[in-house]
Design a protein around this ligand. Sequence first.
Ligand SMILES: *Cc1c(COP(=O)(O)O)cnc(C)c1O
Length: 402
Amino acid sequence: MNDATTLRQEAWTSFEHMDDSRIPFSRPYRAANELRNLTSVLESGYVHGDGPFTKSATERLRAMFPRAGVLLTASGTHALDMATHLLEIGPGDEVILPSFTFPSAATAVALTGAVPVFVDIDDATGNIDPSVIEAAITPATKAISIVHYAGVAADLIELERISRTHSLPLIEDNAHGLGASFHGRPLGTFGALAAQSFHDTKNVHSGEGGALVINDPQLFERAEIIREKGTDRSRFLRGQVDKYTWTDIGSSYLMSELNAAVLDAQLAEFRQIQDARHHVWNRYASELSDWATSNGVRLMNPEPAAAHPAHMFYAVLPDTQSRDALLAHLQAEGIIATFHFIPLDSSPAGRRLGRTPTPCVRSEDFSSRLIRLPLWAGLDDEAVSRVIEQVTRFEFAGTSRG
Ligand SMILES: *Cc1c(COP(=O)(O)O)cnc(C)c1O
């Protein structure tokens, strides 16, 4: 773990001091109208939340999530926090989630005083394994929180069945999955609530930012209140009440207009962003396929029903040693590849705050062998060729490659 942490820190350091020949893992997208939008916010005198760019960006997102309510938040983490509050999760409750996910999904549970319960993944996708969920359900279970890893749909058929059978709402962490779908239906529309992230490592960003997608219409009004410090300010702004007052718990989860101005410009170019990312993803998939087959490497390979958004391209190496060696080889060649989530069940906070009915061995194994390659809109063909060349040149220890 320590080696891995060091590698990641080096990755960040080299990102900050990057010379031109280095290929970073990720680079925030630049949209044409960002500066114009930012200037107009600053000059308008309306810089806090819920202004014209918030409205415009929200409308663009609503077009992607039919029948859902959408509220912009300051981060994806805040959207997850709002979700656990809205589902009235609290002390004595449990929420089931995969060990292989981002810490925010677990802190959103722990912050309410409830216990995150970690279960293992299906290592074909990195997503929660529905077959182990039912054994983890207790009378205290209040919800199931999932992530669509790499924007590839979790097994939603089984998850919806379990959710219905046990009356447990689903929370979707769709931070990777904007624009992805399952049998044609957008990810983010399956759970009672879903979280989007617009952190600058995501396909579309606002620096920091997020959105809560509200598919259960009964939760919308309270979501507005929780996002506005527990007040009915949103209703006041619409003229529905003549003064606003404290009515519930909440926090300041709103996105500022400055961030919304960037987000709106980015969403306007969503098609171009996605086309550019898919171009890179498709090249990795086709040009690394022979290399993968002959070296026992498994490339990310989603089923056709799970249309992915080219958020990431990953490969699962035969063992941890070769994964670490490939990371080091690429780093030495000026290419920043990275591993990903460290399983939460064995993390310090996971042990202290969570419960793990059965050790999450597949999460551990998947995490220890996974590598993600550079992928962003604007990574040009020459750079992609360089990454592919260096990956295929890598010498596996103990193999003779002629
Ligand atoms: C980025 C990310 C988050 C957190 O989003 P923030 O906007 O950074 O708070 C949560 N879950 C997953 C899977 C993510 O990738």
